[in-house]
Structure formats: C-alpha cells, structure tokens
Design a protein around this ligand. Structure first.
Ligand SMILES: [Zn+2]
Length: 75
C-alpha cells in the first residue's frame, strides 16, 4: 500500500523574453505563456562554442515566429 503526502513544487510565475523583453505571466489560459519556448543546451567536447558552455534562452512566441519559423518543417 502506498500512502501519499502533500508536497509543494516550484513553477515559473512568468517568463521574460530574452530577445524583446515581453513578459508572459503564468496565468490559466494565457496562451502567450503557454507558447513561450525555453531552450537550454550544454555544449560538449569538440563544440566550437566551448566544452561545457551552457546556452540558455527564453523566447516569446512572437520572437519564435521571427527567428525560428524559417526553420519549421511540415509534420
Ligand atoms: Zn520576444
């Protein structure tokens, strides 16, 4: 038998776009927040950027559209 206990967890209250500065609050039904994109990547050995350099970026959907849409592929 498993017994459960209540825990508290941290979640983002908002995301600030690293490109344009737009702030998207984590409110229920806020599609601006839901469509933000966060990327974190740690480069490895042989990377031209640098071994163990961590890249981290948060983008709003408007910047994702401008920057990444050209790289989209059809599903
Ligand atoms: Zn943005």
């Amino acid at each position: 038998m498993i017994t459960l206990r209540e825990i508290t967890a941290m979640e983002p209250a908002s995301i600030t776009c690293d490109r344009c500065g737009r702030i998207s609050n984590n409110d229920p039904g806020n599609f601006e927040f839901a469509e933000c994109l966060s990327i974190k990547h740690t480069c490895g050995y042989g990377s031209i950027i640098g071994d163990e350099v961590t890249l981290r970026v948060d983008l709003c959907q408007h910047c994702v559209k401008e920057v990444l849409l050209p790289f989209s592929v059809a599903n």
